[in-house]
Design a protein around this ligand. Structure first.
Ligand code: 4AD
Ligand code: MG
Length: 428
């Protein structure tokens, strides 16, 4: 039985059994008060000399923080106990007496990253991982409802998607392989069979920038659908983000409180989101005092300033063609711009989604590759997709870790990822 199951009046006067880890413990004469935690919560256990055997009492006394323990006893209501109920132990079993646990109060963020394999047990990380689970689950529920199929693209790939500067190269039996930067091209291939597809897979970027939102391995939720246009894709994303935020509010109120999230900020995520053309957003940035050229690329700093006092997410659409990778479809009425979008989260969080329409005409694709100094032969299979019944289509990529960072109100992406990978961190 789990601790979460017994924290209610139904448990009173029944014999319960829980197992978990010692959260804290103090001795007071004939009594030991041991708080135990499991994945669902914490509860106080009272160990009384004479009620348990003297051997058991001695063991309970020696049970240090994080020792693994199983307890049987009678449950009662106890307003003074940490979660309102307590267990009066009749049987105790210790699985292992823990060594001196290295995490004490007020450790630095850096130390907690070094010891992440143990810090995962904290209330904060447990709450964050539960919210992550909710997000993944709600993505799958949402996509199923919309008739999208989940697919598995490869992670070892032969070419780049998002530009050469962030490619991770790995030796591959005498050849060069790369870790995928995005599964988009593979999703496009799946689309010709399944029409609407998505994946939640890792993407890798050799990011040298040390920002609060860049890691080298991130969880990438990408979707691709035939016959869909840029603005329609934005409609879907808007509905999706609201769906996830609502699910988080209904399933994880307690966890949001653990990380001290202002719930009103999550409740404010409602349709419609703002939708501005790129130029309008450049204007907003200038009004906020940013020095922006007409073709400025928006980085972390700029997006932070722009979105700082927004209450809702903002779509920025139709970027200048030259700012974006070759696969984006140009607006037929204005080829200097592409039919794409980014979704910027409010409160300074900035980009969480990038997406848009893809070039579906073969000649157009080849000519855009050439003007980007790419060799179409390196992308032979991707070009080939346009040779057999090509269709208009759109897609997007959402950074799951960034989404969680924003929804949970965390100050760094590292806190949203169990084992974050950055330029300086490969362990634990
Ligand atoms: O904007 P990006 O680079 O777009 C693509 O990769 C497209 N091929 C996606 C697609 O259309 N299928 O990345 C998409 C999202 C970003 O908006 C961001 O949320 C996340 O992926 N992302 C990162 N998250 C954490 N660390 C990084 N280094 C990230 N790079 C991108
Ligand atoms: Mg982007």
């Amino acid at each position: 039985m789990h601790i979460g199951d017994i924290l209610n009046d139904k448990c009173v006067d029944t014999i319960v059994s829980v197992r978990g880890w010692v959260y804290r413990s103090r001795e007071s004469g004939r009594l030991i008060f041991t708080v135990i935690r499991d994945s669902t919560g914490i509860v106080q256990v009272v160990v009384e000399k004479g009620v348990v055997s003297s051997e058991e009492f001695e063991l309970a006394k020696r049970a240090t923080i994080e020792s693994s323990i199983e307890v049987e006893g009678k449950c009662s209501k106890e307003p003074k106990a940490v979660t309102g109920y307590e267990i009066h132990a009749t049987k105790i079993r210790i699985y292992q007496i823990a060594e001196n646990f290295p995490i004490t109060k007020d450790k630095s963020d850096e130390f907690l990253l070094d010891i992440r394999h143990l810090w995962l047990r904290s209330r904060e990380m447990t709450a964050i991982m539960k919210m992550r689970d909710t997000i993944l689950d709600s993505i799958r529920d949402f996509m199923r409802e919309k008739d999208y199929h989940e697919v598995d693209p490869p992670m070892f790939v032969g070419g780049m998607v998002e530009g050469g500067s962030t490619l991770f190269e790995v030796p591959y039996f005498g050849e060069k392989a790369y870790l995928t930067q995005s599964s988009q091209f593979y999703l496009e291939a799946f689309m010709f069979s399944l029409e609407s597809v998505y994946t939640i897979s890792p993407s890798f970027r050799a990011e040298k920038s040390r920002t609060r939102r860049h890691v080298t391995e991130f969880s990438h939720y990408e979707a691709e659908a035939a016959w869909v246009q840029n603005q329609q894709m934005m409609d879907l994303e808007e509905e999706l983000i609201v769906f996830i935020a609502q699910r988080l509010l209904s399933s994880n109120k307690e966890e949001l409180e653990v990380v001290k999230r202002d719930l009103n900020k999550v409740k404010a995520i409602e349709k419609p989101f703002y939708r501005y053309r790129y130029e309008k957003v450049i204007d907003i940035g200038r009004q906020k005092g940013l020095q922006l050229s007409d073709m400025a690329d928006l980085g972390e700093k700029e997006e932070r300033a722009i979105t700082e006092d927004f209450d809702k997410p903002m779509f920025v659409y139709n970027f200048p063609t030259q700012l974006k990778p070759f696969y984006h479809r140009q607006d037929p009425e204005d080829p200097s711009h592409v039919l794409n979008h980014d979704l910027l989260a409010p409160e300074g969080y900035g980009e969480v989604i990038g997406g848009g329409e893809r070039i579906w005409d073969k000649d157009e694709l080849i000519s855009r590759m050439k003007s980007d100094n790419l060799n179409p032969e390196d992308y032979q299979w991707y070009v080939d997709l346009r040779s057999y019944g090509s269709v208009p289509h759109s897609g997007f990529g959402l950074g799951v870790d960034r989404l969680l960072t924003w929804l949970a109100g965390l100050d760094h992406i590292n806190k949203a990822i169990p084992f974050p990978r950055t330029i300086r961190r490969l362990k634990p």
